[in-house]
Ligand binder design. Structure first.
Ligand code: PAF
Length: 287
């Protein structure tokens, strides 16, 4: 596996990978890789001749007081894991390479960005959309693979690709992969390592209580009281606070007060100790 940190070298390496009409899949990450990321790499491998992974802890998607400095950085370990999976190229720029002096552009995706994490982390999705657009322009992949754990992020990126007429990848070539979970159901996340052992045990209540709420909603119980009960169960189960626990249309992310005939999604962000966890799950429409 080749590792490059400079844009001119990246362009040369990508051109070499593309020789003889070979295709390229991109898996953008912020590193601290876990099995969820490696599942994305394997999926990318099944969709293109070569896989390019990026590792860049993107400062513009972290708000003031968030965990930018504490975010785990382990390039050597990540690089070994990517190489083992057969990744062709690792793109690992530093912040100056990504945002040279004088950088002045930001992409704001309206609508899908505004609720949920967009409301509790102002500016977060502008940072995500901007860096992902840059990564797409830098690598020009045929497909790009993301985890569905960041459901809203995926919606924002697809909207951005559609609105800006991106051709590599087209919005339809932005692939979402189902969340990979620990044995007790907790969604894998680079931030799980922040949890104390007590908080880690309690964190498993998040997917459990979400499944319970989904069963009730699918069973026809009222949505708002069920979501209220979900928040209460999380707080009494050891979570410090709940940023949001809401039902939304799976595609538009419009909030729903009742289950309709289109796929819906239960989305939750909650804090345990000082760690903010997010999760989302499918809610089947009324048959
Ligand atoms: O999901 C992530 O790891 C990041 O938000 C991404 C997509 C790599 C952009 O920095």
């Amino acid at each position: 596996m080749q590792t490059v940190a400079k844009l001119d070298l990246l362009r040369k390496s990508i051109a070499a990978l593309r020789e003889d009409g070979k295709t390229v899949a991109l898996v953008p990450t912020m590193g601290a890789l876990h099995d969820g990321h490696l599942t994305l790499i394997r999926e990318a491998q099944s969709r293109a001749d070569h896989v390019v992974a990026s590792i860049f802890v993107n400062p513009t998607q972290f708000g003031e007081g968030e965990d930018l400095d504490a975010y785990p950085r382990q390039l050597a370990e990540d690089s070994a894991a990517l190489e083992k999976e057969g990744t062709a190229l690792l793109w690992a720029p530093n912040a100056n390479e990504m945002y040279p002096e004088g950088f002045a552009t930001s992409i704001a995706v309206e609508g899908v960005s505004s609720g949920f994490c967009g409301a509790s982390r102002p500016g977060h999705f502008d940072g995500v959309a901007t860096v992902v657009c840059k990564l797409f322009n830098q690598v020009r992949p045929d497909v790009a693979v993301f985890g569905e754990k960041d459901w809203q992020q995926l919606a924002v990126i697809r909207q951005m690709a559609r609105d800006l007429d991106l051709m590599q990848p087209f919005a339809d070539d932005i692939i979402g992969i189902e969340t990979v979970r620990e044995a007790d159901g907790l969604a894998m996340s680079s931030r799980n390592r922040y949890l104390s052992s007590e908080d880690r045990a309690a964190a498993a209540k998040l997917p459990r209580e979400m499944r319970e709420a989904i069963a009730r909603i699918e069973d026809g119980q009222d949505v708002r009281p069920t979501l209220g009960a979900l928040e209460d169960a999380l707080v009494s189960g050891g979570f410090a606070s709940v940023d949001y626990a809401d039902l939304a249309d799976a595609a538009s992310l419009a909030k729903l007060n009742e289950l309709g005939d289109r796929p819906a999604r239960l989305l939750v962000a909650a804090r345990i100790g000082s760690t903010r966890l997010i999760d989302n799950m499918a809610v089947q429409p009324r048959g």
